[in-house]
Write a protein that binds this ligand. Structure first.
Ligand code: GLU
Length: 428
């Protein structure tokens, strides 16, 4: 199967169905949780700098809000599909539940390529997306955040548009804002750091010292960069990172056997995490093909790019040395590849647990914004570590007790929590 023929929504539903059946979830709750509750599709006309008008397709999908307002990022991507947004919204529900924060799941998307748009065009697109969806979002309804190819600047334009329309200051409408404008310290680092907190706990359980390990990472955006930094601080060695090269329209893997200098690579990458190959070679790195990240003889693999990256076509290329896969991205492993991984000795830290640091910190940001009182970075990161570690332990202990695959154990916890909220509210 080619990567493009995998459907993340089908994957998300299959994951849900199998665990729902295992825990004997009643039919009505299954019917409610296997699809999004609300979907908003819109067209966003944007005046381009050359005077023309371009119409973009946008989405906001709320999967479930039984535990609290819908929460989740908005991504800008040329290959965005409604089914991807549906899957991502669903995974947000499980993500918020597994770290036990009082929020539901939502996700937004716009089919566009911000890399070929000017700043002003991007601003108009952000404002247009809010204008189309303003009735169905809000600090107590649905709270967006950054995701693939969206950042703090986009969040502030969206907030400004929302506040202009509603006529009041509501910084809790969106998270991932610039720190000087109501953002939380630590939010930029949170997803990548969160991945590594769970890797640290997994290493502890497996009795392996971080300083004796090496890792290969797919992606070099926000999540990958901060994961790489913290992993190195823990003593680990990152030997490979892969990234998308916009000019060549293909991915490359940047490799160095003795370990990459992550700070130096960040210096020579653009704001979308595209590394300058020529400069990397000048620094003594090798440039391999885009898939090579997965084939390295390392202890830890961190897919931190997009969905559907570990498939039945490449899963067998994973080295026997790999002990941990920490899914920094959402849905990086397809269902058929997952069947193979669950039979292997690899310890998989599933996506909605591994990458829950971002939304956990978003929740802290919301709390700070709503109370208009901001915490020190140390306090934020301490709280983040505590939440991630507790969630990892809950999942790990259940997996050990019931002999479950980590992904299934995470699902059991999340589905049970959401199902209980649905019942307590009297919906079912
Ligand atoms: N987009 C991130 C995710 O997939 C963060 C969501 C948020 O902070 O609300 O988890």
């Amino acid at each position: 199967m080619s990567v493009n023929s995998y459907n993340p929504y089908k994957n998300a539903q299959a994951q849900f169905d199998s665990v729902a059946e295992r825990i004997g979830l009643d039919k009505a709750t299954c019917d409610l949780l296997r699809e999004p509750m609300n979907e908003y599709h819109c067209l966003i006309p944007v005046k381009m700098d050359d005077g023309s008008t371009k119409v973009f397709k946008g989405y906001r999908i709320q999967h479930n809000n039984a535990r609290g307002a819908a929460k989740g990022g908005i991504r800008f991507h040329p290959q965005e599909t409604v089914d991807t947004v549906r899957a991502l919204a669903m995974w947000m529900t499980w993500k918020c539940a597994v770290v036990d924060i009082p929020l539901g799941g939502g996700k937004g998307g716009v089919i566009c390529d911000p890399r070929s748009m000017t700043e002003r065009e991007q601003e108009r697109l952000c404002r247009g997306w809010v204008r189309q969806l303003v009735k169905d979002m809000g600090p107590n309804i649905d709270v967006p955040a950054p995701d693939v190819m969206t950042n703090a600047k986009h969040m502030l334009w969206m907030l400004d548009e929302y506040e202009t329309i509603v006529g009041e200051r509501t910084p809790g409408f969106i998270t991932g804002k610039p720190v000087e404008m109501g953002g939380s310290l630590g939010r930029t680092e949170a997803t990548g750091f969160g991945v590594i907190y769970t890797v640290r706990e997994a290493l502890r359980e497996l009795n392996i010292k971080a300083e004796n390990t090496s890792a290969s990472i797919q992606g070099f955006g926000n999540v990958a960069q901060y994961a790489a930094k913290l992993y190195q601080e823990m003593g680990g060695k990152v030997v490979a990172v892969s990234c998308w090269n916009f000019k060549d329209e293909k991915a490359y893997t940047i490799f160095k056997k003795d370990g990459l200098d992550i700070e130096a690579l960040i210096e020579i990458s653009d704001s979308y995490g595209s590394i300058d190959n020529k400069k990397a070679q000048d620094m003594g790195c090798e440039t391999l093909n885009g898939d090579a990240w997965l084939e390295q003889e390392v202890d830890i693999l961190i897919p931190a790019a997009l969905e559907n990256q570990i498939t039945v076509n490449n899963v067998n290329k994973i080295s026997k040395q790999v002990k941990i896969i920490a899914e920094g991205a959402n849905g990086p492993t397809t269902e058929d590849a997952d069947e193979i991984l669950r039979e292997s000795d690899i310890f998989v830290i599933p996506d909605f647990l591994a990458n829950a640091g971002g939304v956990t910190c978003s929740y802290f940001e919301q709390v700070q914004s709503n109370t208009n009182y901001y915490w020190e970075k140390e306090e934020v990161l301490e709280k983040l570590d505590a939440k991630m570690t507790a969630a990892f332990k809950d999942v790990y202990e259940l997996a050990a007790k019931k002999d479950l695959y980590m992904r299934d154990a995470a699902y059991v916890i999340s589905i049970n929590r959401v199902a209980q909220s649905v019942k307590m509210r009297g919906w079912i």
